[in-house]
Ligand binder design. Structure first.
Ligand code: ZN
Length: 72
């Protein structure tokens, strides 16, 4: 599932997560993790611009992510 530009972290259902691929791995961030890191009002398609979410291993910003069930 793609992410519509207007959607914010607050839009996510409690059981949804965002999968963010970078150069070295794919991370899955739960809604509560995103709230803690960037806040409820951050737009999902701008997550890649937030340094809080840049990869600590390769140092790269995440590429465009997608929504997944939190268990997935
Ligand atoms: Zn990485």
């Amino acid at each position: 599932m793609g992410i519509a530009p207007a959607y914010t972290v607050a839009f996510l259902a409690r059981d949804e997560a965002v999968r963010l691929p970078c150069a070295c791995r794919v991370r899955t961030l739960a809604r509560k993790d995103l709230v803690a890191l960037v806040g409820r009002g951050e737009r999902l398609h701008l997550l890649g611009l937030r340094r809080e979410l840049w990869c600590s291993r390769c140092g790269e910003p995440p590429m465009e992510g997608w929504l997944v069930p939190q268990s997935g």
